[in-house]
Design a protein around this ligand. Structure first.
Ligand code: UD1
Length: 424
């Protein structure tokens, strides 16, 4: 397994180009199942999770042609079997996204129950409930979800018990080809939901209200292919800007969109950063200062995202003052805390709340990545720490950050990948 070795203490400076959003590209790839002609996707990030989704699509018989610069052309007409097998699904929860598209277009689907990040039990009951509300017969057999419909799905009312991003996306995809009107209430408002709705509309779908908590979809008989660009990754953006804050540096993130990061940028301001923005860039200048600790609570969009919680915890660990971090979206999403404490942080966890007492400095140490965003939290802590840190199980970071060591090196970080082949 690859590791990352980081020597901390360098102030990071420069420009970093942000990639397409993983969390957008995954549902967009699943949505290509719906199209009767090929879809061309641009700005698709080169990430482990994206490769997994493409493997699932090609396992089903779909034709995938890769072009230059993150272009992917996908033809669903060659699909031969609507099956997403356990071997592929087990590493990535987002595999469940193919369920809605498959059942609405091909009338039947077998999708293994997913795995993914070890951050709590993360059920898919809301996805299944939504498909049932549209007339699918859904059963779980031997670890597989089997969804089936005679004829077309029919429009219906879906009221989610919890705000679920993936559930909203799956329901939206299924409803595009259903007969009649579907109303999704308590819908997720994340930018990735809006990105998916925009692509579906380009394919001929009739969707209103994406970005609000009530989405109305008028089903159509068929969708066609289109060309579409994946929106910028707001979490990758926030993570690199966090690297400026934690090292006292100055970083400009380009090819991004400041409108996607309101809640995060406000917290950077509270930490004492200078924040400037243009249409497609954001710059953070920490002017060598130590950040001020900020308290926050994770909530669905547009509030503070759970996917930035671990990174902010790393900043809080070295900030001036004490902060309280409340995680309301996922259980068990504090697995970075013991690792940060190994580096000298002072963080106490009580249930869903962590109290972080800022310490003057962190020390490099061997640590272990436990999930995708926790990995970035450890990278940030290592960049700020005195001495050397080796982060094990770095495959987690490759699921969501494109060429992370290359991008950080360009900003001046002392970072290198220790390939497992060297260790063997
Ligand atoms: C998506 C993001 C992930 C982010 C999360 C919350 C992708 C690929 N991943 O994950 O990075 O952290 O949104 O912003 O887009 N829940 C249920 N039943 C369900 C579905 C969800 O109880 O059927 C619960 C979950 O356990 C969790 C909460 O709802 O507590 C939110 O989960 P959800 O929004 O669905 O997350 P994902 O779509 O999996």
């Amino acid at each position: 397994m690859d590791k990352l070795a980081i020597t901390g203490g360098t102030r990071l400076e420069g420009e970093v180009r942000i990639s397409g959003a993983k969390n957008s590209a995954l549902p967009l790839l699943a949505a290509t199942i719906l199209a009767s002609t090929p879809v061309t996707l641009n700005n698709v990030p080169d990430l482990h999770d994206i490769k997994t989704m493409m493997r699932i699509l090609s396992h089903m018989g779909m034709t995938i042609t890769k072009g230059e610069n993150g272009q992917v052309i996908i033809d669903a007409n060659t699909l031969t079997q609507a099956v997403a097998p356990y071997e592929l699904v087990k590493t990535m929860r987002a595999s469940i996204f193919v369920l809605g598209s498959l059942v609405t277009r091909f009338k039947e689907a077998y999708v293994s129950l997913p795995g993914g990040c070890a951050i709590g039990s993360r059920p898919v009951d809301q996805h299944l409930k939504a498909l049932e509300a549209l007339g699918a017969v859904v059963t779980v057999e031997k670890g597989y979800v089997h969804a089936k419909v005679d004829g077309r799905l029919r429009g219906g009312r879906i009221l989610f018990d919890v705000v679920t991003v993936g559930g909203t996306e799956n329901a939206m995809m299924a409803a595009t080809l259903a007969e009649g009107t579907t109303i999704i209430e308590n819908a997720a408002r994340e930018p990735e939901v809006v990105d998916l709705a925009n692509m579906l509309k380009k394919m001929g779908a009739n969707i209103e209200g994406a970005g609000t908590d009530r989405i109305v979809i008028e089903g159509v008989e068929a969708l066609t292919g289109c060309e579409y660009s994946v929106c910028p990754d707001r979490i990758e953006t926030g993570s690199y800007l966090a690297a400026a804050v934690v090292t006292g540096g100055r970083i400009r993130a380009t090819h991004t969109d400041p409108k996607l990061l309101d809640a995060v940028l406000l917290k950077f301001l509270e930490m004492g950063a200078l924040v400037s923005t243009g249409e497609d860039w954001i710059e953070i200048d920490m002017q060598g200062k130590r950040p001020r600790a900020v308290s926050f609570r994770t909530l669905p969009h547009p509030a503070f995202p759970t996917d930035m919680q671990a990174q902010f915890m790393a900043i809080n660990a070295i900030s001036e003052g004490t902060s309280t971090v409340n995680e309301t979206i996922f259980e068990n999403r504090f697995m970075h805390v013991p690792e940060l404490n190994r580096m000298g942080a002072n963080i106490e966890v009580d249930g869903h709340t962590a109290v972080v007492r800022g310490v003057g400095k962190l020390d490099g140490a061997p640590v272990m990545a436990t999930d995708l965003r926790a990995s970035m939290s450890l990278v940030l802590a290592a960049l700020a720490a005195e001495g050397d840190t080796v982060i094990d199980r770095i495959y987690h970071i490759d699921r969501g950050y494109e060429r992370v060591e290359e991008k950080l090196s360009l900003l001046g970080a002392k970072i290198r990948r220790i390939s497992s082949r060297v260790n063997a």
